[in-house]
Design a protein around this ligand. Structure first.
Ligand SMILES: [Fe+2]
Ligand SMILES: [Fe+2]
Length: 286
């Protein structure tokens, strides 16, 4: 009997165990801006087999607990003040270092290779756009949203729903910008690197995307959800349409020529064993 509920939302699944986020990144399941979709819905949109993904999640949970020896922080159980301090320290301060670093790498790569590779200028323009959205967004969170959420928890002072929705809209826009950036960056595949600096740029953009997904997830699916519960408004409804990524082909490579499942099995035993081995091998890789 699987412990993973297909009716659980992607946001809840990652909030419950943050170590699941890298698997969702790998399967291109949008757990941040698309965090309110259920696992079953998200798998269907991506063309993934739900039972295979459930087995992968269970294997990953077991491998993560074995490897780490402890459960990572469950931010749903922290106070809002602790959660906001964590977001600023782990994500906002990280962005204040990575944004200028990526811009400098882009300038170098465009200067050296831009004339022969005009797509690099497009990448530079798209990155400047996302940076232009992010910097004022971080500042507004630190000066308006986070203090309001802390006051809501400490003193019960309500927050306007419009403020929460405005931040969600900005997150969705950043999510769209990240998808556009990835498409322009050739999926950040290292094989396309033109030189060492270009390779460093692709690695930095991939890390920037991973961190922003985690960051937006912690804000949308933990912080704003808690704020709505405290406001007595209940969690928000899914509003985001399918993105091109969600409609893309399945990246999974599970064996297809297996025997049929026996009655009571969700997957044939041979496939389940193979999926567990593959997931555990992937999870322990540095
Ligand atoms: Fe933030
Ligand atoms: Fe944010």
């Amino acid at each position: 009997m699987s412990t993973i509920d297909p009716a659980g939302t992607l946001g809840e699944l990652v909030a419950e165990r943050p170590a699941r986020a890298p698997l969702f990144e790998r399967l291109r399941l949008d757990y941040c801006c698309g965090g309110s979709q259920t696992l079953a819905e998200a798998c269907r949109k991506r063309g993934l087999e739900i039972d295979t993904v459930r087995v992968m999640l269970e294997a990953l949970d077991a491998a993560s607990i074995e490897r780490e020896g402890f459960e990572p922080t469950d931010w749903r159980r922290a106070s809002i003040a602790e959660l906001c301090a964590h977001i600023v320290e782990a994500h906002h301060n990280g962005l204040r270092e990575s944004l200028p670093r990526i811009e400098a790498l882009l300038s170098t790569v465009v200067r050296v290779h831009g004339s022969e590779h005009p797509e690099l200028r497009e990448l530079q323009r798209a990155f400047a756009e996302i940076r232009g959205e992010l910097e004022p967004h971080l500042a507004r969170e630190e000066s308006v949203l986070f203090p309001a959420c802390i006051e809501l928890e400490r003193r019960g002072i309500g927050i306007e729903e419009a403020l929460l929705e405005e931040h969600e809209r900005e997150h969705a826009s950043v999510g769209d910008g990240l998808a556009a950036l990835r498409a322009l960056g050739g999926d950040y595949s290292p094989q396309q690197a033109l030189c060492g600096t270009h390779r460093a740029l692709l690695d930095a953009l991939a890390a920037f995307e991973r961190d922003l997904h985690q960051h937006i997830h912690e804000e949308n699916n933990v912080l704003l959800r808690r704020a709505r519960e405290l406001n007595g408004l209940g969690p928000s409804q899914p509003t985001r349409p399918d993105t091109p990524n969600e409609r893309a082909e399945s990246p999974m490579n599970a064996p297809r020529n297996h025997r049929r499942a026996k009655e009571g099995e969700s997957l044939p035993r041979c496939c389940e064993t193979w999926i567990v081995e593959q997931t555990r091998a992937w999870a322990v890789r540095p």
